[in-house]
Write a new protein. Structure first.
Length: 366
């Protein structure tokens, strides 16, 4: 009998479906992880190299900035040679939107409201995107909200973000173009979460989640995890980008970890380690760090418990695939609930790493 699917907090909100290249987006597909390159897009070699690193880290879709003619010209090679679908990020210039569509980008991030302001080519963009099977992301951002909305609402409130998004959506939909997702980003996770909740009630658009300008890694991770956990826990959200003042590989790792924590992705290495306390008989912090580092490349699901004493240790270690309960200078090693051996403290890490690799190899999945 196949294993029951892992529990999630709520079913996904039903959305329309679209493609970003070969990646399906919407409620029929898994939530995908995105990030953005930090290279100059026209430096094709560096950009493709960074995309390869992001792909290896588990990124599903990558966005590249396209502020100049040189960047637009580079899109063709990048879209063809990228290991994952590419989204071109364009703000005002319709000519770059057409270039990105013709270059074979999986999607373009552009707000039709901006295009209309300068040169109303929304209809032609909708037609070109439709002809090429290119999808669009409408990206409403608190920092670039229309002045009329700022005047009406006083600041970038959830209602203001949503009004802007619904209006932008209507500019494509009046031309029959429906293959777009929407983001309504704000740097405050509470405002952001409320905006997405309101937007989710107003249409079946797939939603791209992001807390914008979330800050350096520590703060940004927590802001994103809080807001995404709240929304994804209610089934809202189809793609995510964790926005950090840190390298994009870190954004991908955090994004994947959020999805794994919510059972929206299969958990890989799941370390269960105790916080340590006055009863600890071993340095739990180092032990947990060393085991995490030593197994970070593991590609099969494996729960490893690292426990500092024999109070809660055996219980947690028994529940895991592999575990250790430490005490009296020794570690009791558990595999699938059974004590298989006791090793001296200085052999705990190497024993756990060895046994983890053995279990992974025997699973036939690694
Ligand atoms: Fe403290 Fe032991 Fe619990 Fe770790 S397992 S927190 S050392 S009681």
């Amino acid at each position: 009998m196949p294993a029951a699917p892992p529990p999630v907090l709520a079913p996904r909100r039903k959305t329309r479906q679209l493609q970003v290249g070969r990646v399906g987006v919407g409620s029929d597909h898994q939530v995908s992880v995105q990030t953005m390159t930090t290279t100059k897009t026209h430096d094709i070699g560096a950009t493709l190299q960074q995309i390869a690193e992001l792909t290896a880290a588990g990124c599903d879709i990558v966005r590249v900035a396209c502020p100049t003619d040189k960047d637009a010209e580079a899109l063709k090679v990048i879209a063809q040679q990228s290991t994952i679908p590419v989204i071109a990020d364009i703000h005002f210039q319709p000519k770059y939107v057409f270039a990105a569509i013709e270059a074979g980008c999986g999607a373009v991030r552009v707000n039709p409201g901006n295009i209309r302001k300068f040169d109303d080519q929304v209809k032609e963009i909708a037609q070109a995107a439709s002809d090429h099977g290119t999808s669009i992301r409408i990206g409403v951002n608190a920092g670039s909200l229309h002045p009329d909305l700022l005047k009406k609402y006083g600041k970038a409130t959830p209602e203001a973000l949503v009004e802007s998004a619904v209006w932008e959506a209507s500019l494509f939909e009046e031309h029959g173009f429906r293959d777009f997702k929407i983001s309504v980003k704000h740097n405050d996770p509470v405002i952001m979460a409320r905006a997405y909740e309101l937007l989710a009630e107003q249409g079946d658009w797939p939603l791209h989640l992001g807390v914008t300008e979330a800050g350096p890694a520590f703060q940004g991770t927590i802001k994103s995890a809080s807001a995404f956990g709240y929304l994804l826990g209610k089934g809202i959200g189809d793609t995510i980008r964790v926005s950090l003042s840190a390298p994009p590989v870190e954004e991908v790792k955090v994004g994947l970890q959020i999805l794994q924590s919510l059972n929206l992705r299969e958990r890989r290495l799941d370390i269960v380690s105790c916080p340590s306390c006055g009863r600890a008989q071993v340095d739990v912090y180092s032990l947990a760090e060393e085991v995490t580092e030593g197994l970070k490349d593991l590609t099969v699901p494996l729960r490893v418990a690292v426990m500092g004493c024999v109070v809660n240790g055996p219980g947690e270690a028994r529940e895991a695939d592999l575990g250790v309960a430490s005490g009296n200078g020794k570690g009791q090693i558990f595999i699938k609930g059974e004590v298989v051996k006791t090793v001296p403290e200085d052999e705990i890490v190497e024993t756990l790493l060895f046994e983890a690799r053995r279990i992974a190899a025997e699973s036939g999945l690694e």
